[in-house]
Design a protein around this ligand. Structure first.
Ligand code: 5GP
Length: 347
């Protein structure tokens, strides 16, 4: 047994230190970024905020809404080949720049991915997603996917340490998804005790990825726009959101009316609810590592997107970054023991 003594930090442990700025208005801040991907050599431009590949978040409806603002959707893996065909038949031109098809690592998953990719050559992005990105089997799958799809941008995860980010990038991933345990409906830390505070995970993984020309996605743990800004400040190239995008018209999950209020279902992809829906129940060798909740219904996602983008723009003006790209260079985090003032909570 060994203990690492340097403290790892989460979003709640820091704030941005304000810096002198010549920016006159947050309207002047450009949240668009352009990336060149390390294996395909292709470029992407957009606002690097992503909807998570959960069936209550990363839906086709979400993809249509977010693409209008050049935000990205990792579409969940449970749509059929036919449903994908239907999506591209009715979707606006250019939407392929803002969607990824998600897949697990089973033979069935690969077969389906090949079918969807074969029928929809415009697809540019594949998101290979497993709970534990440290498994050798997963690395092998990334290598096979790179050989099979040389012109597709591969997003792969999840991991939380620099050496594994390097291994995945060198095995064929263009972008590595970072986060184990921070998710709003994740119970991995409860069930297993495994995890890594998200801010430190981003800082360490971004450093590793950028050293060899790759990018990272911060996945999970953002609860407010300030957290999204902190993830970018820490060095994330993309920030993936689940809970912050749940509860909208475009989110999946049933609308529930009770006690005069409206709610939407939101659940982890490893929750008993998801496993019952997609896998016929929780297999007896495993525990569910996600929970199911009902979140207040919030209408169209557009309002939430404006709120998030407005927050990040404002962060940029506080530290003097005229573009999102500059935010991390202008970031000094201060270690804190307090966050917002909650005196009126519940009033
Ligand atoms: P959020 O933005 O809601 O905090 O986190 C979203 C992320 O949580 C997802 O992108 C995914 O990585 C993770 N996640 C989703 N469902 C589950 C689950 O059932 N178990 C665990 N451990 N993580 C989950």
């Amino acid at each position: 047994m060994r203990i690492e003594w340097d403290v790892k930090l989460g979003f709640k442990d820091v704030m941005f230190r304000p810096k002198r700025s010549t920016l006159k208005s947050r309207a002047l801040v450009d949240l668009g970024r352009t990336f060149r991907f390390m294996h395909t050599g292709t470029e992407w431009t957009g606002v690097p905020i992503m909807a998570a590949n959960m069936d209550t978040v990363g839906t086709f409806e979400m993809a249509r809404a977010l693409a209008k603002r050049t935000l990205f959707t990792a579409v969940h893996k449970h749509y059929t080949v036919d449903e994908w065909r239907g999506f591209f038949a009715g979707a606006p031109e250019g939407i392929a720049d803002y969607v990824a098809v998600s897949t697990g690592t089973s033979d069935e998953d690969l077969k389906k991915l090949v079918a969807i990719g074969g029928e929809n050559p415009q697809l540019r992005f594949i998101c290979i997603d497993v709970a534990n990105g440290y498994a050798e089997h997963f690395v092998d799958f990334v290598k096979r996917a790179r050989e099979r799809f040389p012109d597709k941008v591969i997003l792969a995860g999840n991991v939380v340490t620099g050496e594994m980010v390097e291994e995945l990038l060198l095995s064929g991933a263009d972008v590595v998804k970072v986060g184990i345990g921070p998710g709003s409906v994740c119970t991995t830390r409860v069930k297993t005790g495994v995890g890594y505070p998200q801010l430190s995970a981003i800082i360490e993984c971004a450093d590793a990825a950028h050293g060899i020309g790759g990018q990272v996605i911060s996945d999970g743990g953002c609860t407010i726009p300030g957290d999204v800004a902190k993830a970018f400040g820490a060095g994330a190239d993309f920030v993936m959101l689940g809970g912050m995008l749940a509860g909208h018209d475009e989110s999946g999950g049933d609308l529930i009316e009770k006690d005069g209020g409206k709610y939407k279902q939101f659940y982890g992809m490893s929750s008993a609810t998801a496993m019952e829906k997609h896998a016929g129940g929780v297999a007896d060798y495993r525990a569910s590592e996600g929970k199911a909740v009902e979140v207040p219904y919030r209408g169209a996602v557009e309002g939430t997107v404006n709120d998030i983008m407005g927050g990040v723009r404002s962060t940029c003006t506080y530290v003097g970054a005229s573009m999102l790209k500059e935010l991390t260079k202008r970031t000094t985090f201060i270690r804190v023991a307090e966050q917002e003032n909650r005196v009126y909570d519940g009033k």
